[in-house]
Ligand binder design. Sequence first.
Ligand SMILES: Cc1cc2nc3c(=O)[nH]c(=O)nc-3n(C[C@H](O)[C@H](O)[C@H](O)COP(=O)(O)OP(=O)(O)OC[C@H]3O[C@@H](n4cnc5c(N)ncnc54)[C@H](O)[C@@H]3O)c2cc1C
Length: 281
Amino acid sequence: MGIKEKVVLPVAKRWISGVDLNAALEDAKGTNSRGMGVVMNFLGEEITDQGAADAQVDEYLRLQQALADGAVRGFASVKLTQLGMDSDEQAMRRRFDKILASAEKLTQLLWIDMESSSSTERTVSTYLDAHSSHPGLGVAIQAYARRSEADMKAILDQGGKVRLVKGAYREGPDFAFPTKAEVNKSYERLMTSLFERGDGFAIATHDGALVERAKALAESSHAKFRFEFLKGIRDELKADLVKSGYAVSEYLPYGDRWWAYSKRRITEHPSNVWLLLRSVV
Ligand SMILES: Cc1cc2nc3c(=O)[nH]c(=O)nc-3n(C[C@H](O)[C@H](O)[C@H](O)COP(=O)(O)OP(=O)(O)OC[C@H]3O[C@@H](n4cnc5c(N)ncnc54)[C@H](O)[C@@H]3O)c2cc1C
């Protein structure tokens, strides 16, 4: 066992459902029993080896079948770079279509995570193309990205589904709004148009002020939406929303490629650096 597994994994288990499918399914059942749906992601990104990308598809098909067999309320969310988008876009699309076909056969939704700016254009165009014949497909849109207003308009024009997030990657000012205040303003703007024009969307933020704003917007909208949260963050807020009757889902990532995801969770909130340090000393 390496130093990362010894030191970081015990802390990272706050945010991940375990390193294998069985552990993740147990976790998912727990989430369901607390009144929430699940969005499950098999951890992996920037995979360029074709065999490794094929193996990701096998795991997603296993995951989708296991959700159906175990009567777990939820569905999968996939990253296109884990399906080999950076090395062979056509092969990625063939892999993605297999996961999409399985979702349809099992009557599950399927979502696409949004990754760093180097893949935004390809992710949005794959989404728009696939969604035209698969209405149960959704995609994450990042409020920090300057282009997101135009992307969201194109998606909503086509009747697509959006998971609105702030954005988790380090990006320069050409691509992303540089201040928290601008990102929050952009989130609010995009969220307002979701409540005006969207349906089946997800408000995915732990920001209490934005959650309150969403509740206010929902009062004058007929749109179907749900709140989505990451595992291990703001559990009390999740419980309060469930108690108040809102649809809530928890995003549960799992698998042994947990490092890149955990690094983003640790660095986005200073308290997590202390948590990590405390676990070592
Ligand atoms: C369901 C879901 C799916 C996501 N999918 C994507 C995706 O596809 N692409 C993408 O780029 N990003 C994705 N994200 C991550 C997102 O972009 C943000 O990085 C993350 O949610 C933190 O932003 P925030 O909206 O919670 O607001 P922030 O302003 O960062 O946080 C608001 C409050 O939430 C709490 N909080 C937030 N993060 C943490 C943390 N790590 N540890 C402890 N407390 C914390 C704190 O109380 C903080 O004050 C997703 C997020 C969610 C909830």
